[in-house]
Structures are given as structure tokens and as C-alpha cells.
Design a protein around this ligand. Structure first.
Ligand SMILES: O=C(O)c1cc(C(=O)O)oc(=O)c1
Length: 312
């Protein structure tokens, strides 16, 4: 792949561009595998970044995303609205519409969104909204506004994707458990993997899933969560070993409510940019059997995003 462009925007200082030469995974993805968490950025010249954004990325276009999908062996993508586009969903919607039915989307909307706009996004392939509670990424939105949005999108059968950090779960608990839809947690609720897996923080996350059958989790982003590495670079096929017990625990306890995604183009990484092929090789460490892999990569995302294509 060629080097990422940036258009007229100036990238955030220290920005790490996505990796242009991903390896072929050694792990063969099951047929029909879905990369259930990835983004597009711009291109800024066509889809400008939002004025309220907290970072300015390099561009990551739909064509580059489709090329990565094919290279890694995925059949489909779920494209999650990135915060650098605010509530302007045009880049994400454009990437869904032009995918030939191979992409679904998750949008960010404000209270002012109209039913007609929701319907148009639904027709384009959007199936959820994202509520973000990570303070470095977004300004605060009142919970009553979010609850109103959740109530409205439920009519389209959409779900709510939530992004938060583990330390904030106690404070957000009552709001999350009151949501009326399926709720999908980004990146396992960002556990601190240097803390014990049986400690109170991760235990609270497991209790959240255990006591609420509508809560799903993405077991993604080991490259963000890992403290000890090793990094998914230079052929390393045993990367991010400190994240494995956490992700595997979630996959094994809740095999029917987990999703996996590359998180390409990996916004805001500070330390290194992983080789996406080696990230795919992380999957069998957290989903060690063919049955778990089939659920994580095919059956679960198909049930949530392409239910019409699932034989009952
Ligand atoms: O941790 C992050 O920085 C991050 C940012 C975004 C976004 O800006 O939308 O999405 C993610 O999945 C992760």
C-alpha cells in the first residue's frame, strides 16, 4: 500500500500513521469473517475533519480499508464512526454505501438528528450509535440526551456501542444498565491489564456482562491495552501476552456475545503502530478453538449486523 496522505490538514504532533506493509496472517480466518471494529478517516479533502475534534489523523480512505480487508482475509467490515469526524457521518456512510454490501456502520448522532436522517443511515447500512465516555476524545454529552437517542434508535433495531475506561464503570453503571437496546462495549472496557485479572476492576466488568444478557464486548485492541508487549511487529506472532488472559476470559465465558476487530487505522497510538497481519495472529490466543473462532468472527457479528442473512 502507498503512504497515507493528509490533505490540507496538519496531523496531531507525534501522530503515528497506519502500517503500509501488513504481513499475511499465519492464522487463516474462517470463511465469512467480519472485522467488527475499524474506522475510515476522511480523506480530509473530501470529508473534512470536525471542528470539535480532539485529534487530526492521517487520512485512511475506504479504498485502503477495503484493500486491507481483502489482504487479511476478512469478508466484511463494521465501520465505527471515529471521533475526529464528530457527528458528521458522511465518510463512514460513504464507505458503507460503496462496499457492495460488505460493510455496516455505527454512527454518532446528536439529539437533533431527524427520523428521516436515521432512516437514510439505516438504508446505507448503519446499525448502531456510539456513545463515547473517554474524556480525551470527546466533550461531555448529558446522559438524558443519550438516553433519548437510545430510545429513538431502538425502533430501527439498532444497538448502542459504548467506549469507556475501566475506572469509570462504577459511575456509568446505572446509565449503562438502563439502556433499552443491545449494548456493545468497545475494547473490553479498557481494563488495566497490569492489575490482577481476578481483582475488583475486571470482576466488575465480568459482572456487568454476566448480569446483563444484552451486553456484548469487543475483545479488540491488545496493542492499546498491553503494557509488556511484545509488539505485533517484525514477525512477532506471540504479541501482547499480558492481554491474552483478559480477552480469553471474556471469550470463554461469553462466547455468543463477543466481537473482534482490527481497530485499523489505530487512532492515537503513541508507542508503535502494529502490523495488522500479526494482529490477526493474536486471535487464536484468545479464541483457541475453531468453535470459538467461528462465533467470534462470523456467527456473532453476522447475527448483530446482517441478521437477514443468518439462517435460523
Ligand atoms: O482509543 C482511542 O484513541 C480510540 C479513538 C477512537 C475514535 O476516535 O473514534 O476510536 C477507538 O476505537 C479508539
Amino acid at each position: 500500500m502507498s503512504k497515507p496522505t493528509t490533505g490540507d490538514f496538519t496531523k496531531t504532533a507525534g501522530w503515528l500513521d497506519w502500517y503500509t506493509g501488513p504481513s499475511k496472517p499465519a492464522f487463516t480466518l474462517p470463511a465469512g469473517a467480519v472485522d467488527a471494529h475499524c474506522h475510515v478517516f476522511g480523506p480530509g479533502a473530501e470529508f473534512p475533519y470536525a471542528p470539535e475534534r480532539k485529534y487530526t489523523p492521517c487520512d485512511a480512505s475506504k479504498a485502503e480499508l477495503y484493500a486491507l480487508r481483502d489482504h487479511l482475509g476478512f469478508a466484511r467490515n463494521v465501520i465505527v464512526q471515529a471521533t475526529c469526524h464528530g457527528a458528521d457521518n458522511r465518510a463512514m456512510v460513504d464507505a458503507c454505501v460503496n462496499s457492495g454490501g460488505k460493510a455496516r456502520g455505527v454512527a454518532t448522532v446528536r439529539r437533533s438528528v431527524t427520523d428521516e436522517e436515521i432512516q437514510a443511515m439505516h438504508d446505507a447500512g448503519v446499525r448502531g450509535v456510539r456513545f463515547n465516555f473517554v474524556k480525551r476524545l470527546v466533550d461531555f454529552t448529558p446522559k438524558d440526551e443519550l438516553m433519548e437517542i437510545a430510545g429513538r434508535i431502538a425502533k430501527w433495531g439498532w444497538h448502542v456501542v459504548i467506549y469507556f475506561e475501566a475506572v469509570d464503570l462504577p459511575e456509568l453503571w446505572d446509565f449503562f444498565t438502563a439502556l433499552p437496546t443491545t449494548v456493545v462495549v468497545d475494547h473490553m472496557g479498557r481494563p488495566d491489564v497490569s492489575k490482577p485479572i481476578d481483582g475488583p476492576e475486571f470482576e466488575l466488568f465480568l459482572k456487568f456482562m454476566r448480569e446483563h444478557g444484552n451486553v456484548w464486548s469487543k475483545v479488540s485492541c491488545p496493542e492499546r491495552l498491553s503494557v509488556t508487549g511484545p509488539k505485533a511487529l517484525d514477525g512477532e506472532r506471540n504479541a501482547y501476552t499480558d492481554v491474552i488472559p483478559f480477552a480469553r476470559r471474556v471469550v470463554e465465558e461469553f462466547p455468543d456475545r463477543v466481537l473482534w476487530g482490527t481497530d485499523w487505522p489505530h487512532p492515537n497510538l503513541k508507542d508503535h503502530m502494529p502490523d495488522d497481519g500479526l494482529l490477526v495472529d493474536f486471535i487464536p490466543h484468545i479464541a483457541p478453538t475453531a468453535e470459538l473462532q467461528q462465533k467470534l468472527l462470523v456467527a456473532n457479528p453476522m447475527r448483530l449486523y446482517w441478521p437477514d442473512e443468518v439462517k435460523s
